[in-house]
Structures are given as structure tokens and as C-alpha cells.
Design a protein around this ligand. Structure first.
Ligand SMILES: Cc1cc2nc3c(=O)[nH]c(=O)nc-3n(C[C@H](O)[C@H](O)[C@H](O)COP(=O)(O)OP(=O)(O)OC[C@H]3O[C@@H](n4cnc5c(N)ncnc54)[C@H](O)[C@@H]3O)c2cc1C
Length: 441
């Protein structure tokens, strides 16, 4: 069987369902296929959605429902070897954390309401090309073995980090590296003493734990051990997860006497990367085109942004517009990806982090800077102003603790490298022409 559509999208979650919604609203015929059966719940992902992601959800008409189900998260408590500091999102611009088994159906329903044709249990197994090698469609296989073709003017891979479309088109990877940490998580009843607005991110030694209040009055608690340790947990991951959570004094105290609700899920390894996101007859959106360390909690937000950016490029109707979408994506994401790489490194808490947490806890002017970072108003590398970090560090060294200087220098080098990458990618984006997809804010 062969069908035709204006656009065929492979993958029906944050990137794919959102893109289908945007495209169908403009009157295009859109077929969206997903290998997963209908109602197949939660992919392997936690689900903090940053404020710009909530903006995107508003644009798709589902933001109010997300706000209704999941509490507003206004404060992020960071902890480094016992030194705590509270940072804040900007007033009126909280994050939310809705389980994917609730979020993804909301997006799929929005796409269907807009007129997209969603097909669950339909795996893309091949591409159709014309005589010039241009991609002009997909080959699919249903769970019962039935095969079919959908021909389209554009094929979009929104099929996640192990993207079949990216593999079939040979999308080039760059800035890639193996994930330094795995992650395991479970849902706990939110303890009475845990405020519903408080996100926690705590590091002790080389361990990292996060806790996010989520829908159903639950607390998502995740531990992210270095990859070799996470790999060794296979088969024992529930026991190891519980043992790891118990080593974090803040979580151990909050969760004492409680048990997780349901299973412990996780990933032991992975890879972070950028991929070329457009070519003749094809484009990539979401994790298929760029997957960054989950520590920044930005994958969902960025997949939703890709959806809007790519829809705007499709409206222009040229291959050049698709390339411009790809280059703008790179310039938009590279700094955060580089920051996430720094935060997610499998190293131990260093003296600079301990010092910064101690000092920042007494400097209220720093707290709102976190929200400015997530809203794209401030470089993540300027979360602590460099001049202040330098003053704190020199004062610490003068007190006979020079160990703070090595991480300060390493941070400086990483900042320079990230800014250089940003400058290169901004130039490449500018060379493709002006943006037709302005930031939502
Ligand atoms: C451990 C972990 C924790 C994370 N925590 C967060 C967080 O707190 N906040 C955040 O914003 N992000 C987080 N992320 C990232 C986030 O999960 C992703 O960025 C997001 O899911 C990307 O959405 P997507 O639509 O691109 O891909 P996915 O959500 O991966 O969806 C891809 C879809 O494609 C389908 N598919 C795959 N192959 C085929 C095929 N051949 N044919 C048809 N369909 C196919 C799949 O069935 C799937 O439904 C985390 C990731 C990990 C690994």
C-alpha cells in the first residue's frame, strides 16, 4: 500500500507530536508514525520541563493542563558536599514536572485535534528515494508484519536518540561523547516536609541525586552514578538505587521510613551529540538531531522548540530553510550543551563548587540568575559572575587554600571554549540568512 502526505513524521512524542500539531494547524497533511503501541506510557526519561518549554506547551494549547496537574517549581536547591544554596526561577515563570505517560498523550491529542494522522505500532524500517537520491518517503512495518509506504515532500526523524531516520540518511555526528553517568529513578510519595515547589540537585563526592515534585503528589528521586558503576548495577538496580539514595543525607532524611511507588527505571549508558539536521527531503527534530546531558533538564524543552522552528522552516518551503533551521538550532543550543557537559561530568565535587555554594548562599543577588539562564537571558557560564568567582577564589587562596585555583582555571578554559563554539555556530547560522522563527519570548 502506498499513501501520500505533505510531511511524514517518524516519532510521536515531544518533538514529533508537537511538530505534527504545528504543521497540521497550517493545513498540511501530516502522517505521524510511532513504533510504540498506543498508550505506551513513559519513555526512558525523567521530565523536568523548563519555563521556555512551558511556553511551547502554551503555544500547543496544553500548558494549562500541565499547570493543573503538576506543581509550579520555583526554587532549585543545589548542594555540594553538604553546602546548600537556593536559586530561583524568575517570578511567574516556574518549571513543571509532569510524567511522560501524561505529557506525551496530551501532545498526541493536540496533534490529532489539529488534524494530524497518528499511527501507533508502526515502525519505520526504510526510506524511499527518487532517482537523484532525494528522500521522498518511508517504508513502514506494522506489528502484525504488514508493510506499507508513505510518500511525502519531507520526512522528519523525530524518533529519539537512536534515530532510525538519522542512521538511514547517514546524518553526520559532531561534538559527540559517551555519557559519563547513567541514571536511575523512582517515584516516592512526596514527604510532608518536602515543599511542592522545591527542585533538589545534590552532589556528594562523585554521586549526583535530584528530586522533583511531580504530578500525583509524588517526588521523582533520581541518582546518576558514573557510567561504570551504573553498568555494574544491571540486575540489581533496585537494591543499588535504594542504597545510593540512602548515601545522600538530605534525601535519606526526607525519605526515611518511605518506599518508592512502583518500579525503579533507568539507563546505564548513552551518548550525547549533535547531528546534521537537514538534507534533501529530510530533517531531524528533538533527540534524533541533538541529545545533551540530561543534567540540564532541557531535552523536552528543546524538542518542543525544534518542533516550532522546523514547522516555520517547512512553511518557507525550501531546502535552504531547513538548513537554516539546523544552523539556528546549533547556535541556540551549543552553550547549554557545553554547560550540561560540565555539570554532568563524572568528577568529584571540587573546592570551587563548595566555595561558590557557601558564598552564594549569603548573596541573594545571585539567586534569580538561574531563572535568567533557563530563560535564555544569561549565559550559563555567567551564572556566577566571573569577577565574583575570581575574588572569592583569590581570597580563599590567600587564606592558605590554593586548591580552589585549579578548578577556577579549568572553568575559565571551558568557558572560553564554549564561547568560541557559540561564535562559530552563530556565524554559520547567520550565513544561512535571518531567522524566520523568532524566540517565543
Ligand atoms: C535519563 C534521562 C533523563 C532525562 N531527563 C530529562 C528531564 O528531566 N527533562 C528534560 O527536558 N529532558 C530529559 N531527558 C531528555 C528527554 O527525554 C528527551 O530530550 C526527549 O524525550 C526527546 O523527545 P523526542 O520526541 O525527541 O524523542 P523520544 O521522546 O525519545 O521519542 C521518540 C519516539 O520515536 C519512536 N521511534 C523510535 N524509532 C522509531 C522507528 N524506527 N519508527 C517509528 N517510531 C520510532 C519511539 O517509539 C518514541 O516514541 C532525559 C533523558 C534521559 C536519558
Amino acid at each position: 500500500m502506498t499513501e501520500r502526505a505533505d510531511v511524514v513524521v517518524v516519532g510521536a512524542r515531544c518533538a514529533g507530536a508537537a511538530l505534527a500539531c504545528h504543521l497540521a494547524r497550517t493545513g498540511r497533511t501530516v502522517v505521524v508514525v510511532d513504533a510504540a503501541p498506543a498508550g505506551s506510557g513513559q519513555p526512558s526519561s525523567t521530565h523536568l520541563i523548563q519555563p521556555p518549554g512551558i511556553d511551547e506547551l502554551d503555544g500547543l494549547g496544553v500548558g494549562d493542563e500541565v499547570r493543573r496537574r503538576a506543581p509550579a517549581l520555583t526554587t532549585m536547591r543545589l548542594e555540594f558536599d553538604g553546602h546548600q544554596v537556593d536559586l530561583s526561577y524568575r517570578p511567574g515563570r516556574p518549571a513543571h514536572c509532569l510524567r511522560r505517560e501524561a505529557l506525551d498523550p496530551l501532545l498526541q491529542e493536540a496533534a490529532a485535534r489539529a488534524g494530524a494522522d497518528l499511527r501507533a505500532g508502526t515502525r519505520t524500517v526504510g526510506l524511499v528515494r527518487d532517482g537523484d537520491g532525494r528522500v521522498v518517503g518511508i517504508e513502514t512495518r506494522q506489528r502484525d508484519g504488514t508493510t506499507a509506504r508513505v510518500l511525502a515532500g519531507l520526512v522528519v526523524g523525530a524518533d529519539g536518540r537512536a534515530s532510525t531516520v538519522a542512521r538511514l540518511v547517514g546524518a553526520r555526528e559532531y561534538l559527540g561523547y559517551d555519557a559519563p553517568r547513567g541514571s536511575y529513578w523512582a517515584y516516592w510519595p512526596r514527604p510532608a516536609g518536602w515543599p511542592p515547589h522545591l527542585v533538589y540537585n545534590g552532589s556528594f563526592g562523585d554521586d549526583n541525586h535530584v528530586a522533583f515534585p511531580t504530578d500525583g503528589d509524588l517526588l521523582l528521586v533520581a541518582t546518576s552514578p558514573p557510567t561504570p558503576r551504573a553498568r555494574a548495577w544491571r540486575g540489581e538496580h533496585r537494591t543499588e538505587y535504594l542504597a545510593s539514595v540512602a548515601t545522600n543525607p538530605t534525601l535519606a532524611r526526607a525519605l526515611a521510613g518511605s518506599e518508592p511507588v512502583g518500579e525503579v527505571r533507568g539507563v546505564a549508558s548513552g551518548r550525547y551529540f549533535f547531528r546534521a539536521a537537514a538534507g534533501p527531503g529530510w530533517a531531524l527534530a528533538g533527540d534524533a538531531g541533538h541529545h545533551k546531558d540530561f543534567v540540564a533538564g532541557l531535552g523536552i524543552t528543546d524538542a518542543l522548540r525544534d518542533a516550532r522552528g522546523l514547522a516555520a522552516a517547512v512553511a518557507e518551503g525550501t531546502d535552504h530553510a531547513l538548513v537554516a533551521y539546523w544552523r539556528r538550532r546549533d547556535a541556540d543550543r551549543v552553550e547549554m550543551a557545553r554547560w550540561a557537559r560540565t555539570l554532568g561530568a563524572a568528577d568529584r565535587v571540587n573546592r570551587l563548587e563548595r566555595l561558590a555554594a557557601r558564598r552564594a548562599a549569603h548573596d541573594p543577588s545571585l539567586a534569580p540568575r538561574l531563572g535568567a539562564v533557563f530563560d535564555g537571558l544569561l549565559s550559563p557560564f555567567l551564572l556566577v559572575p566571573p569577577g565574583r568567582a575570581l575574588r572569592w577564589s583569590l581570597a580563599e587562596a590567600a587564606r592558605g587554600r590554593p586548591g580552589v585555583l585549579a578548578p577556577l582555571l579549568a572553568n575559565g578554559a571551558r568557558t572560553v571554549e564554549a564561547r568560541a563554539q557559540l561564535a562559530r555556530m552563530t556565524r554559520a547560522a547567520a550565513a544561512t540568512g535571518p531567522s524566520r522563527c523568532p524566540p517565543r519570548r
